[in-house]
Design a protein around this ligand. Structure first.
Ligand SMILES: Nc1nc2c(ncn2[C@@H]2O[C@H](COP(=O)(O)OP(=O)(O)OP(=O)(O)O)[C@@H](O)[C@H]2O)c(=O)[nH]1
Length: 911
């Protein structure tokens, strides 16, 4: 029979890489009558046509349909021709397997397609995140949310405390979108943060991770750890772009993980990680599964590296150990990545881990396809014996368990010790990732009160992994691994598959408790329990591989879609509030810009006018003042006393100096006037600046005392007026004076002139004529000569007497004409007003530049705001679509029902 099995089924070692995949399509053995039954043929045809994707995946360019073809389902036990009941049974199993296969493929297709869509979604999110840095939200759930729909996501929180479980569907929108900096004491209603509230806030800031979001997010949660800083504080200190780039990294790794998950669900191999507390009996359990003492067992912790036990067929049928070098990526075809050791060296290898941290143990299976886990004919299964969990290894094992190729985690716990803290932590973490944990309570033989032990363990399991607890009869097993007979070494040249009752031979106890007629009742029971476990584990790995292989993909997809959904909702809202904000800002900016442009033009004109008016006023004031000063210089009190005829020349010099000094003083006064006007002008410009630019206005320092710092004696050097003799005989002045006096009726007589009265003008001529009349012409003729002489003397005396009156006038006239010749009045007026213009232009130009800058700033701010508005509009649409898409894909993923019994499976194996 075993020959027949080999001939028709797939013999060990037959399925290798060089066998083309196409020939590996499911082949179903004809049993009983020797012809395939109708229904089996129909199923076969169905499977033949079903690539796993039907015609619906044409668009999935990344998908390789050949990979979806599954392995042939082999016969499970040898047959006896003519035994119709057994044949019927076989056919039933076959059909069931085929149905299961179909069912499995459909789910695989659905998940793979979802993976492709999510990858596209994430890539899109990455692109959007680069343009519009996504907000990383702080979410607070509303306490009032009613937990109506159970969450598809199993997170650590869910397993820790059921009171905290608030299903995602219960609050499809984050109830209170808050930035963490404002979250304390803010907003208590169940309403999502209104855009009004958002509007009142300043521009959106980097989004924050609150403890809530830490629970909410699973895949896209940012790992922010820096010294003693709390995550929230750390996010506060990060720029929006830094958060966006962290998120980008997360998305990239999520895409990578999804791609490897897709590869994984296309792959037909399965890995079972056996882990647990130190010395819980993991190695003993693995050996019991293999029915061979392959892995070293010891009373003290001994396994220090990960030992993966694989079917020797994967190593060309050769039994050996490949000790993988530390930091090397194992490649069976590259011997530089490992050292080859014999199976016997394993004991030394696992205890001495200086050079290796994992090894591949290729062993030939001693059991039949029906019983074997490794060589089961459907899926390539490898068992990994992990080091016992302790402080050092827990993290490594958790990382190992998280590897996507680990389909099943078998947790071995000591019946005597129950779950240690390390065990709990590990299971919590693993449950969040894998959903189902297969729990082996080992060393059950050492327990007296077995019922109590079971009760306590099951209670603990329900707290640790509700999913596992729900199916405890299948997933939690109480066994004594050391009671399982094992063979020490492989049968020489044996190839396994020799039947369930046989093992590798050897000198150990019987391999099968059933075949041991003398077996003690208790041992039989232990073996039966272990066989039950094996059946469950087989079912778990083989029959329910949809769960073990597809569930991680489904769980991960749901998690990542949940994250994307939350992120999309939050960002849609943020984009909306940003849009509202910038729209409002634009509505304020547009008129502000127009006003600024207008102000710029107006102020410019204003300033020009102010400057021109001021300068004009200063010019005319200066001109007027100087002209008057120069004209009136002679008449003014020069403060120079007449020292007498002898010092007349000195007197003339003093007079000149006094006149010039008076002119200089007048110039100084004009400058002072200009200074005051300038200060006023500068202040006016400043007021204009403050009015139109506010705080933006930069005031220049103006020191009015620095104006007109010219030496006062310059004028004296410019003017050179020579004092001439004639200056002392200023007839014109005298004449003017006479006319003036005549005009006022103050005639003077010669007597008064002679009498030394120095007042009067030509009164003496009148006096002379009067005398002439009295004396008569004859007498007068006699008196003419002495009279004329006397008159001349009197006139000279008079003129000399008039020097203090006539000299200043004369000199003033001379000075005035000189000043006129050098255009003194105009040049000074011009100088002063030009200087003022120059000074006023500095703050004026400064104000112009400020106004121009203000216009430019407002203009560029408007451009920026318009740009943000455009981006926000796109972001709002994008995230709105993302919300819909992520919800839709999540619906499709949720529809992949891995929970219910796989059709056909029960029928195939329940017999
Ligand atoms: N009584 C009893 N002893 C057991 C059972 N299973 C294992 N042992 C014993 O427990 C000890 C530890 O077993 P191992 O299989 O080495 O334990 P382990 O978990 O692989 O140990 P490390 O990986 O080194 O942490 C050995 O002495 C086994 O014989 C069991 O079911 N019942």
């Amino acid at each position: 029979m075993s020959q027949e099995h080999k001939a028709k089924g797939r013999t060990p070692g037959e399925r290798r890489d060089n066998v083309p995949r196409a020939s590996n399509r499911p082949q179903y053995m004809t049993v009983g009558s020797g012809s395939t039954s109708e229904s089996a043929a129909r199923l076969q045809a169905l499977l033949d046509n079903d690539s796993g994707y039907g015609g619906s995946v044409a668009g999935d360019s990344n998908w390789n349909p050949t990979l979806t073809e599954d392995r042939p389902t082999p016969v499970h036990s040898p047959m006896i021709r003519g035994e119709s009941s057994e044949a019927a049974e076989n056919e039933r199993r076959m059909q069931a397997s085929a149905i299961h296969q179909l069912w499995y493929n459909q789910h695989r297709v659905a998940l793979a397609r979802s993976i492709n869509r999510v990858v596209d979604l994430l890539k899109g999110l990455q692109e959007e995140n680069a343009v519009w840095p996504a907000t990383y939200p702080s979410v607070q759930r509303a306490e009032a949310s009613s937990p109506t729909v159970s969450s598809p996501r199993r997170s650590l929180t869910h397993t820790q405390s059921t009171t905290e479980v608030l299903p995602r569907e219960a609050s499809p929108r984050p109830s209170l979108l808050q930035r963490a900096q404002t979250s304390v004491g803010e907003g208590t209603s169940g309403e999502a943060e209104s855009s009004k509230v958002a509007e009142e806030r300043p521009a959106p800031e980097p989004r924050l991770v609150s403890p809530q979001i830490a629970q909410e997010f699973s895949i896209l949660k940012l790992d922010l750890k820096l010294g003693a800083l709390h995550q929230t504080e750390l996010v506060h200190s990060l720029e929006k772009n830094s958060i966006a780039s962290l998120l980008d990294g997360k998305i990239s790794s999520s895409i990578r993980h999804l791609l490897s998950l897709r590869e994984r669900i296309e792959d037909t191999s399965s890995k079972v990680l056996v882990t647990g507390d130190l010395n819980a009996g993991k190695s003993t359990f693995c050996n019991a599964l293999l029915r061979r003492k392959i892995l070293p067992e010891d009373q003290q912790p001994c396994t220090s590296i990960f030992c993966e036990v694989l079917d020797a067929r994967e190593n060309a049928g050769v039994e050996e150990v490949h000790a993988v070098h530390k930091d090397a990526v194992y490649n069976r075809h590259d011997e530089s990545t490992y050292d080859v050791l014999a199976l016997e060296d394993l004991e030394k290898l696992v205890t001495d881990n200086e050079h290796y941290n994992q090894c591949k143990v290729y062993v030939r299976d001693v059991r039949s396809i029906d019983e074997s886990l490794l060589n089961n004919g459907v899926v390539d299964i490898s068992i990994i014996d992990a080091p016992g969990l302790n402080y050092d290894t827990t993290k490594t094992t958790a990382v190992f368990a998280r590897q996507e190729e680990i389909d099943v985690v078998v947790f071995v716990v000591s019946a005597a010790n129950h779950f240690t803290m390390t065990a709990r932590e590990f299971i919590w973490a693993a449950a969040a990732e894998k959903a189902y944990i297969f729990i082996v309570v080992n060393g059950y033989d050492t327990i007296k009160d077995k019922e109590r032990c079971q009760k306590m363990i099951l209670e603990q399991v329900s707290g640790l992994s509700p999913q596992t607890s729900k199916e405890s009869s299948e997933l939690v097993h109480f066994v004594s691994s050391n009671a399982i007979p094992t063979g020490p070494s492989p049968p020489p040249g044996g190839n396994g598959g020799s039947g369930s009752a046989s093992g590798g031979g050897g000198d150990g106890p019987d391999f099968d408790g059933h075949s041991d007629p003398k077996g003690k009742g208790k041992d039989k029971e232990k073996i039966r329990d272990f066989e039950n476990l094996e059946q469950s584990l087989r079912r778990f790995v083989l029959e329910k591989r949809a769960r073990s292989k597809l569930a991680p993909a489904k769980t991960y997809l749901l998690n990542v879609l949940g994250d994307v959904h939350t992120l999309a909702q939050v960002n849609q809202e943020v984009a909306q509030s940003e849009l509202d904000r910038v729209t409002k800002e634009l509505a304020e900016l547009e008129p502000a810009l127009e006003a600024s442009k207008k102000a710029k033009a107006e102020v410019s004109d204003d300033i020009d006018k102010t400057i021109e008016d001021t300068c004009k006023e200063i010019y005319s004031h200066t001109r007027q003042t100087l002209t008057t000063t120069i004209a009136d210089a002679a008449g003014a009190d020069l403060g120079v006393p007449y020292p007498g005829l002898l010092s007349a020349f000195q007197y003339a010099e003093d007079i000149k100096e006094a006149i010039l000094s008076q002119v200089s003083t007048s110039v100084a006064n004009c400058e002072e006037h200009a200074r005051t006007k300038t200060i006023h002008g500068v202040n006016s410009i400043k007021q204009l600046g403050i009015l139109h630019l506010g705080d933006e206005y930069t005031e220049l320092s103006f020191r009015s005392d620095m104006m007109f710092r010219r030496k006062r004696d310059i004028l004296a050097k410019q003017i050179e007026v020579e004092t001439e003799l004639w200056d002392f005989f200023d007839f014109s002045t005298l004449l003017q004076k006479q006319e003036k006096m005549a005009g006022t009726g103050m005639a003077m007589t010669v007597a008064t002139v002679v009498g030394g009265r120095m007042m009067g003008g030509f009164g003496w001529v009148d006096g002379a004529l009067g005398i002439a009349k009295i004396a008569g012409s004859h007498n007068l003729r006699k008196l003419a000569v002495p009279g004329a002489f006397l008159c001349a003397i009197a006139a000279v005396y008079y003129i000399l007497d008039q020097i203090p009156n006539s000299l200043p006038q004369r000199l003033s006239t001379k000075i005035s004409s000189q000043l006129h010749s050098i255009d003194y009045v105009h040049s000074n007026s011009d100088r002063i007003s030009s200087s003022v213009r120059k000074i006023l232009r500095t703050p004026a130009n400064n104000l112009r530049v400020g106004l121009q800058r203000s216009v430019e700033q407002l203009g560029s701010k408007r451009e920026d705001t318009r740009k943000i508005k455009g981006e926000s509009e796109i972001a709002r649409k994008y995230f709105g679509n993302l919300v819909v898409q992520s919800r839709e894909i999540r619906g499709a993923v949720e529809a992949v029902d891995l929970e219910g019994p796989a059709p056909g499976v029960a029928a195939a194996y329940d017999s």
